[in-house]
Design a binder for this molecule. Sequence first.
Ligand SMILES: Nc1nc2c(ncn2[C@@H]2O[C@H](COP(=O)(O)OP(=O)(O)O)[C@@H](O)[C@H]2O)c(=O)[nH]1
Ligand SMILES: [Mg+2]
Length: 299
Amino acid sequence: MDSIIDNKNHKAGFVSILGNPNVGKSTLMNSLVGERLSIITAKAQTTRHRIMGIVNGEDFQIVYSDTPGILEPNYKMQEYMMQYVDTALQDSDILLYMVEVGEHKHFEGIIDSVRRSQTPIVLIINKIDKASLEQVEQSKGYWEDLLHPDKVCCISALTGEHVQDVVEAVVSLLPYSPPYFPKDELTDRSMRFFVSEIIREKILQLYQKEIPYSVEIEVTLFKEQANVTHIDAIIYVERESQKGIILGHKGSAIKELGIHSRKAIEEFIDTKVYLTLSVKVQKDWRNDDNRLRNFGYGF
Ligand SMILES: Nc1nc2c(ncn2[C@@H]2O[C@H](COP(=O)(O)OP(=O)(O)O)[C@@H](O)[C@H]2O)c(=O)[nH]1
Ligand SMILES: [Mg+2]
């Protein structure tokens, strides 16, 4: 009986973080959830999937979705990436539209959809740590005119300044609903997914030019034993020449990648890790529907 009464006062909903590449969406999501669920780099197109992170309070549950940055798709993988954005536009209870101070770039189509969606909008002006008050005010005015948001938060996702305002804005707009997920759950994604994302993050950091955009990771083994977790992963590339670059001279590059990845995975899962990486060529996988679906794109 108690739980029925409780549920009446319980708020819950799906909250999507949208915006251009590199504005700080993943940094905000991690800060809100308190875990490094979403990988972050200084490069655009770091986030390829929709990743959920769940924040539970006594009488609320917020299911955040981090999404890929909005772009004009050039190949099929990017089309799938933008499908995540479209779905987020359709199925969210609240939209967090994120920009960074001084940035005015936007796609008319997306702004239109956001405005017509009838979903409450929280405008988030990020990176205030590297801007003057005037610049923040100016950005705020510009985006308020464009988006007509229900609430505005000016924050630094990096330093955490005013991030709590986002939580308060979201909770105030959340609909009444029982929780969607068990209250001790943090994400809808598996450990294998996070391991593959960590390896991809290290590739983004260690390799140049088109290499990071040409790889996909498949974790083929994730075996937990008493003191150690055994992980095998395959790095797929599009061309033979890219395989050579991933391996490096006498395997030096992949060795370094292995060391960095292992350390980051050990930190994430809190056990010792044996990591084995290998490289395979999967010709033009970014344009191959079947391959993309196997890699978890689409629905
Ligand atoms: N100065 C500053 N940098 C930030 C802030 N938030 C994110 N960044 C940086 O912006 C870059 C892109 O961040 P990320 O979260 O991956 O952006 P996303 O592409 O929107 O997910 C990274 O180098 C972050 O460290 C912020 O509040 N202030
Ligand atoms: Mg991101």
